[in-house]
Ligand binder design. Structure first.
Ligand code: AVJ
Length: 340
């Protein structure tokens, strides 16, 4: 092995490292499935949608005509990435909660690399394959980018990052939490997440938060119940995942995708409704689950925000809300929160 000559960038694979952070609670997919399917009402956690197939189905959702979230946020970041980068003084390292396919991240990387030669990118994701794929693509396309990926829950990774001495001298941290993924958490969870992010940040650091905004039902509901049935497939895949990984015998055709809007709590809910009375067995859990006809399994909440609510969350977590950008149709908000 020869090391690269001075001034020559390290090859892509040398600029990618992975760290696996063991969860606090240690809850696994199996534990969480047992807990959810023996509860009343039944539920499954939305973070488990994103296996290999689920991640691809979500990417397909982002391309649907009915799903405005990704397009609206991309429009905002395309217009304002330069201002966002300029709002933090000096070299910045990027931490991202949920790395996805990295397309929106690239808009910020481009903006930051206009002012610094190299960039440390620290994506956090529960899916190792997602992390590896996005790191591979980024390091290949950007010679100045080094990736340290954390395979972990957001909470666990933020705690690990707070303790780690990864930060270079004088470097600011910008945390990205895009796509309105914060909307998967209930209001207490939203505040807790922002607080644990704030705890790892120092004065001068930033947090870029994407939130889907409240809007008429006629626009909101089809985004979660599209004509092609991609969202239905995304939802139903969770049952297939249980079949694949835990030896379940779910018959996906015996369930129906359901999306509804709770006008009081301002959230989309996704459920899987059992079409008939049925018993499902899950071998790895040694569990039999009985479902009545019409009974539902709650699989996701997607909270929709008002601008006042975001301001309250930011303040409650100890951030200063420096700036909010919205698109012309007020569909989506990008918020730059500053620590200190
Ligand atoms: C990735 C959580 C932001 O809530 O809009 C899309 C997930 N679920 N369609 C969302 C999702 C159904 C998405 N988030």
């Amino acid at each position: 092995m020869t090391s690269p000559a001075p001034g020559v960038q390290a090859p892509p694979e040398a600029r990618f490292r992975l760290r696996r952070i063991a969860g606090r609670a240690g809850a696994s997919f199996a534990d969480d499935v047992r807990r959810g399917l023996t509860a009343s009402p039944k539920f499954l956690l939305a973070k488990y949608f994103y296996d290999e197939l689920g991640s691809r189905l979500f990417e397909a959702i982002t391309a649907l005509p009915e799903y405005h979230v990704t397009r609206a946020e991309t429009e905002l970041l395309t217009a304002h990435a330069g201002e966002i980068a300029a709002a933090l003084a000096g070299p910045v390292r990027l931490v991202e909660l949920g790395s996805g396919d990295g397309r929106k991240t690239r808009l910020l990387i481009d903006a930051l690399l206009a002012g610094q030669k190299t960039l440390d990118y620290l994506p956090i994701d529960v899916s190792e394959s997602t992390l590896a794929r996005s790191a591979e693509e980024l390091t290949a396309d950007y010679p100045g980018v080094s990736v340290l990926g954390y395979v972990a829950d957001y909470h666990d990774a933020l705690a690990a990052l707070a303790g780690a001495a990864e930060r270079r001298r004088g470097e600011r941290t910008l945390v990205l939490f895009l796509g309105s993924t914060i909307g998967n958490l209930n209001p207490d969870g939203q505040l807790a997440l922002l607080r644990s992010a704030r705890a790892m940040l120092a004065p001068g650091d930033g947090f870029l938060l994407g939130t889907d905004l409240r809007k008429p039902l006629a626009e909101l509901l089809p985004a979660y119940d599209d004509a092609l049935g991609v969202t239905a497939a995304f939802n139903l895949n969770l049952l297939l995942r249980i079949d694949r990984e835990l030896g379940g015998d779910f018959d996906v055709r015996a369930f129906r995708h359901l999306a509804r809007y709770d006008e009081v709590d301002h959230r989309i809910e996704m459920h899987l409704m059992s079409r008939t009375a049925q018993r499902v067995r899950i071998a790895a859990l040694d569990l039999a689950v009985d479902l009545a006809a019409g009974e539902t399994i709650w699989t996701e909440s997607s909270y929709k925000f008002s601008l006042e609510q975001v301001a309250g969350l930011a303040a409650g977590a100890g951030f200063r809300l420096a700036r909010t950008w919205t698109d012309a149709a007020q569909r989506f908000g990008s918020h730059l929160l500053l620590a200190g």
